[in-house]
Design a protein around this ligand. Structure first.
Ligand code: NAD
Length: 296
């Protein structure tokens, strides 16, 4: 069993850390929020007094932070960077969704000091984090991937080696851009059908059994009442926030700009989520984008 420093115990990181505790690892938990730390400690985690305290003597460090600036600040550029305090043979697994450019910077700084740092963003949401069924998209060397795999297996079901450093974030940006396109397209079609007299459940079933079938229709229907367990049937509470989808689409657009990859559908989806966000819906689940199409 390993000693794991876990930093960032929010909606995702909290349950991920708890799964590591339940698997028998020693988890030294740190977050800026004492309440978030207390939740992990109540399940058997060890309270770390600081980020430095969490990583000193750790075999692995897992970070689950909001954005690239937090990751870069914590490990490399902050007042007391953690790269100064980790063990030489540590493997740092950053599961935050951040830009690939920051990953390259942080991984290069790590390599220069002989420290292992990999990107391993996730898909599967808070439900997947709690159930330990996340998909991990990993950017790492073969040896780093092999070393990380037993730890990731505890928190996820599908562990993919996407390629070298940064490849995990590229895969994540592509996936979430496609998800945004599918959710807006599904909302558009459902709204048009309903405005033309169809029952949303009947139309959903028809499209699910036809060539329009997609993930939103299968497990995440945006129309309230069609799918009992979907956020749409719970006033769009829980799930994956519009604010986070908007952030992810920003990362995808940066990537499209830097690589001159045409992404007209992703760009349109981002514009729609932006409008939906400025209408005050940033805290709702992203399937609430359906509201943008509906008569108010
Ligand atoms: P969150 O806001 O709930 O949690 C982030 C946590 O990081 C907070 O508890 C915050 O206090 C802590 N934090 C910030 N800076 C810190 C620092 N310097 N030191 C210690 N702790 C610090 O966010 P979340 O929903 O858990 O998302 C985390 C990451 O996972 C994001 O990059 C997000 O895009 C990604 N993600 C989220 C979901 C989802 O459904 N929520 C799904 C996939 C990926």
């Amino acid at each position: 069993m390993a000693t794991i420093g876990f930093i960032g115990l929010g909606n995702m990181g909290g349950p991920m850390a708890i799964n590591l505790v339940k698997a028998g690892h020693t988890v030294k938990a740190f977050d800026l929020s004492a309440e978030a730390v207390a939740k992990v400690v109540s399940e058997g985690g060890v309270s770390a007094q600081s980020a430095k305290d969490a990583v000193t003597d750790a075999d692995f460090v897992v970070s689950m932070l909001p954005a690239g600036k937090h990751v870069q600040g914590l490990f490399v550029t902050g007042d007391d960077p953690l790269f100064d305090h980790v063990k030489q043979d540590v493997l740092i697994i950053d599961s935050s969704t951040i830009d690939a450019a920051t990953v390259h910077n942080v991984a290069a700084a790590a390599e220069a000091r002989g420290i292992g740092f990999i990107d391993a963003p996730v898909s599967g949401g808070v439900g997947g984090a709690k159930a330990g069924t996340l998909a991990f998209m990993v950017g790492a060397s073969e040896a780093q991937f092999a070393k990380a795999k037993p730890i990731l297996d505890v928190m996820g079901k599908n562990i993919f080696h996407a390629g070298a450093h940064g490849a995990g974030q590229v895969a994540k940006a592509c996936n979430n851009m496609l998800l945004a396109v599918l959710m807006t397209g599904t909302s558009e079609a459902l709204n048009m059908g309903v405005k033309n007299g169809l029952d949303p459940a009947v139309l959903s079933e028809i499209m699910k059994q036809s060539s329009g079938n997609n993930w939103a229709l299968q497990v995440y229907n945006p129309f309230p009442g069609v799918m009992e367990n979907a956020p749409a049937s719970n006033d769009y509470q829980g799930g994956f926030q519009v604010d986070l989808m908007f952030k992810d689409l920003g990362l995808a657009m940066e990537m499209s700009q830097q690589s001159a990859s045409p992404t007209p559908m992703g760009s349109q989806a981002r514009a729609l989520f932006n409008l939906h966000k400025v209408n005050g819906n940033g805290g709702l689940d992203f399937s609430s984008v359906l509201k943008l199409y509906q008569d108010q």
